[in-house]
Structures are given as structure tokens and as C-alpha cells.
Design a protein around this ligand. Structure first.
Ligand code: HEC
Length: 205
């Protein structure tokens, strides 16, 4: 009899949940692992002297994904006093040579940058057009074919993708380092494709 009652009670409890919505916490038969003692993010706790439950990383910790060559990771030279002017040739060689590197850059650019900067780099991607239509001019991406952006160093272009700039988000976590450099190479190709003819063409005729 007692068993029957318990079974009935469970049956009622569980059918109560099927299909219905409830603001109550879920009914869990065995709660042992459900209610584990734990600390919330940023919660104070008395065990460590600094009372932080989130432990700082051990000094000198290096992430497995981190690029160890500082210049390649930052786009700055070894003394950190100037931008790299060009994509490091070693990076190009390690990633299948110039042609493969450029086509990888194009593929990644079309995925990550074109929605705002457009396939041709004129800044009229779908997101920018929508932003312009809504009057949000601060969210309209600039054209890569303006004079200033045609002349910024490769390292600065790389850092823009890495850190973002004003209203443009950072891609440090979504695009790996070598792909960011491949994109830089491709942006340069796009810029060249639209660049004014060099001034000395007349002389050579
Ligand atoms: C979500 C839209 C969006 C995407 C995606 C995006 N950008 Fe931008 N980008 C912007 C906007 C908006 C600005 C202008 C930021 C500002 O001045 O506030 C900008 C500015 C820039 C600039 C100019 C920086 C300067 O010095 O003024 C560069 C270079 C650039 N983006 C490169 C890229 C590249 C390369 C990618 C792809 C990895 C990319 N962007 C993806 C929206 C975007």
C-alpha cells in the first residue's frame, strides 16, 4: 500500500510537468548532485588569503593558442616603437605561399568583413547600408579605398582587426592570427585593384 502511494505521488509529480510551463524550480528526485556546494563567479570566500574564489592565473601562464612571436601577434616591430610595414614573409611561406595565403584571405574577408565593408571594400556592405538607412551613421563602415586607409601600415591594419576600432568590434577571438594576416594581405590586394594609376605611367609611354 505504502509503495503504491509513493508510486502514485511520483506519477502525479512527474505528469504535472509534461507540456506545462512553470516558474517553479524543476522537481528532481535525487538532488545530491543538483545542489552541490560551489562559489558563484566573483563570490568572496574565506579559504584563500585574498578571499577571491576565482584564482588568478599562475605567473607566466601562456595560452596554448597564443602567438609567441610578438611582432606577428601585435603588428608592431621588435622594439614596439613602430608598425610592421608588411606581412611577415615567413608567415606567407608557412601558410602555403603567396597565392594560397591570398585566397585564404579572400575567403575569410568575404565571411568576416564583407557584411559591413562590402565584397569590393567600398564600405557599402549590407550592414552598413542598413545602418545608413536607419540614420546610424556611426555604424557605417568606411571604404578601404580612401587615401588614409590605403596608406596605413600592414601592422596597423592587423591591429585594427585584432583590437577593433571605435564602433568596429575586435576579432581577436574569432579569427586566428594567421588568418587575420591573410585578410590584411587581401585588403591590400583589394586596395591595389582600385588604386589610381601610378604617377609615372606617362613617363614610360
Ligand atoms: C559589424 C560591421 C563591421 C565588420 C564585420 C567589420 N568592420 Fe571594419 N569597421 C566597421 C566600422 C563601423 C568602422 C568605423 C569605426 C569607427 O570609426 O567608429 C570600421 C573601420 C575599419 C577600419 C578603419 C580603421 C581606422 O583606422 O579608421 C578598418 C581598416 C577595418 N574596419 C577593417 C576591417 C576588417 C579587415 C574586417 C574583417 C576582419 C572588418 N573591418 C570587419 C564595421 C565593421
Amino acid at each position: 500500500m505504502r509503495m503504491l502511494l509513493i508510486t502514485l505521488a511520483f506519477a502525479t509529480l512527474s505528469t504535472g510537468c509534461i507540456g506545462g510551463e512553470s516558474g517553479e524550480p524543476p522537481v528532481v528526485g535525487i538532488r545530491n548532485m543538483y545542489n552541490q556546494p560551489r562559489y558563484d563567479t566573483q563570490e568572496r570566500q574565506p579559504f584563500f588569503a585574498d578571499q577571491r574564489s576565482m584564482r588568478p592565473q599562475v605567473e607566466g601562464t601562456v595560452s596554448r593558442e597564443m602567438e609567441k612571436a610578438m611582432a606577428i601577434a601585435s603588428g608592431r616591430n621588435a622594439n614596439d616603437d613602430a608598425w610592421l610595414m608588411e606581412v611577415h614573409p615567413q608567415l606567407v611561406a608557412q601558410n602555403g605561399g603567396p597565392a594560397a595565403f591570398l585566397s585564404r584571405g579572400k575567403e575569410r574577408y568575404d565571411i568576416y568583413c564583407a557584411p559591413c565593408h562590402s565584397i569590393s571594400g567600398d564600405g557599402k556592405g549590407m550592414v552598413s547600408r542598413r545602418a545608413a538607412a536607419l540614420g546610424a551613421s556611426g555604424l557605417v563602415a568606411p571604404s578601404f579605398h580612401d587615401d588614409r586607409l590605403r596608406h596605413i601600415p600592414d601592422g596597423q591594419l592587423f591591429a585594427t582587426i585584432t583590437n577593433g576600432v571605435r564602433n568596429m568590434p575586435s576579432y581577436a577571438h574569432s579569427i586566428p592570427v594567421h588568418d587575420r594576416w591573410a585578410i590584411v594581405q587581401y585588403v591590400r590586394a583589394l586596395q591595389l585593384s582600385q588604386a589610381p594609376a601610378p604617377e609615372n605611367t606617362e613617363q614610360s609611354q
